[in-house]
Design a protein around this ligand. Structure first.
Ligand code: APR
Length: 246
């Protein structure tokens, strides 16, 4: 563990009035949740994003896509938040006014660890919504069971409540995340490749607004140049080491 960088970021943490944290799939890796872009084991090494994470892909093969999200939901039901999730939830508990947690993850593990008010930029895998604008006949509770379930009135399909490629992020959530990035003194970027926008742009926004940016990632990411400090380690090790005493 690079103790000098850790001490440096701890110093920034001590004096920061407002802290924003942006997390990605890496924060859930040590819970046994695959990331997206890891060679061989990442979801996008096994499937084409355009097949599994676009509206077109879902319309073309609704059962295949629905089954894949159901498989992910089942996997998530069998895992637990890790020490990284817990360290963030504990820190928020001790510093509720100073802290904003922004995540790209749809897995709900931050919330299961006790984090509150999490800004979920890419939605929630455990929430369903209608594929097409709902009509008066569309009631999620009355949806006809199936893969995917559908409206018995008009056949409208249910889809996972996640943000797919090419879709806008939830407006209010993105606004709140951008505000948190602009006003923070320190942004921790944890477990993201920094490949997907507008989420990755939050780190640039924070830096341009004068904040310190620190990246926690065992490997290089596209946000390394935006970061003032790189903590090369895993979330479940680095976050407790960084936040426990703060
Ligand atoms: N601790 C911290 N970081 C880790 C760990 C770990 N234990 N394991 C892996 N990482 C890092 C990887 O080095 C990589 O940089 O986490 C990052 C994961 O990157 P991606 O798989 O690309 O996931 P993410 O950046 O969250 O993807 C962003 O892309 O596919 C879409 O919507 C999806 O929200 C997702 C978005």
């Amino acid at each position: 563990m690079d103790t000098a960088s850790l001490a440096q970021v701890r110093g920034w943490l001590q004096y920061a009035r407002r802290i924003a944290v942006l997390t990605g799939a890496g924060v859930s890796a040590e819970s046994g949740v695959p990331t997206f872009r890891k060679a061989q084991t990442g979801y996008w090494a096994q499937f084409r994003p355009e097949d599994m994470a676009t509206e077109e892909g879902f319309r073309a093969h609704p059962r295949r896509v629905w089954d894949w999200y159901q498989h992910r939901r089942d996997l998530l039901a069998g895992v637990q938040p890790n020490a990284g999730h817990a360290a963030l939830a504990d820190f928020q508990c001790r510093h509720p006014e100073q802290f904003t947690l922004i995540t790209q993850n749809v897995d709900g593990l931050h919330q299961r660890a006790g984090s509150t008010g999490v800004l979920c930029l890419h939605g929630d895998i455990f929430v369903d919504c209608w594929l097409d604008s709902p009509r008066t006949c569309c009631h999620i509770d009355h949806a006809v069971a199936g893969r995917p379930p559908c409206c018995d009135g008009c056949g409208n399909l249910l889809r996972p409540g996640v943000v797919w490629f090419g879709e806008p992020l939830p407006y209010v959530t993105l606004q709140a995340a951008q505000k948190a990035a602009r006003v923070c003194d320190l942004m921790l970027v944890v477990g993201t490749a920094g490949a997907v926008y507008p989420a990755a742009g939050l780190a640039q926004l924070a830096r341009q607004a004068g904040a310190r940016v620190a990246s926690i990632n065992p490997a290089a990411s596209a946000l390394d140049d935006v970061a003032h400090a790189l903590l090369r380690g895993t979330a479940a090790h680095m976050l407790p080491a960084l936040l426990a005493a703060a």
